[in-house]
Design a protein. Structure first.
Length: 204
């Protein structure tokens, strides 16, 4: 999901020297991963009120403004720093549209998250439901995705979060640990626990 770290580091080094073109390339390379993160995380109940592209633009604008500060003290990998900014904007969007709107969005028909509708969900469902049932048709694929989406929605937030991070955002266990403020061992245990619970739901 995220660009190669070596290429990112090279652009960061150039940006630190004041190369404006490197900054533009750096942010452009991360636009699509940020969009996918927002598709994963944005509440389906508000997607008709919030344009994901606007959220992406806001994230990149804030990142551009704060990049010099980040480069002075890069306490975390660049993609995790961007992810942190993006999650703050998602939280702000949820707060505005769940609390401030006169007509509550909670009554609207939920929509499937676009970020859940990709091969990641099929691969995860295939691993947990039945490895022999390789999706051979659109109907089977849709059923696998439907089962996985229902199962994910039924998990508690911590379990769902770590599964999204590992399988949909494609973060390493080290990245997950850093993002959640856990040791790598604790992050690994949380992931294994979530996998067990998801498997129990999908294939009791």
């Amino acid at each position: 999901m995220w660009p190669e770290s070596a290429d990112t580091q090279n652009l960061l080094d150039q940006a630190k020297k004041g190369d404006a073109e490197a900054v533009d390339q750096l942010l452009a390379r991360h636009r699509e991963p940020i969009r996918r993160l927002i598709d994963l995380r944005l509440d389906p109940a508000i997607v008709q009120r919030v344009d994901a592209s606007d959220v992406v633009q806001d994230v990149l604008l804030e990142a551009s403004k704060r990049l010099r500060e980040y480069l002075k003290n890069p306490a975390m990998p660049f993609h995790l720093w961007l992810r942190h900014i993006a999650k703050d904007h998602i939280i702000d969007a949820h707060r505005r549209h769940h609390q401030a709107q006169k007509r509550g969005v909670n009554r609207e028909q939920p929509l499937a998250r676009p970020g859940w509708m990709d091969k990641s969900s099929l691969e995860l469902a295939g691993q947990l439901i039945d490895q022999e049932r390789t999706p051979a048709s659109a109907a089977i694929q849709e059923e696998l995705q439907r089962k996985l989406h229902v199962a994910l929605a039924g998990l508690d937030e911590d379990d769902r979060d770590v599964l999204l991070m590992r399988h949909f955002e494609q973060l390493s266990n080290q990245d997950v640990a850093s993002a959640l403020g856990l040791t790598e061992a604790a992050a690994s245990m949380r992931y294994l626990r979530a996998i067990r619970r998801l498997r129990d739901v999908l294939a009791p």
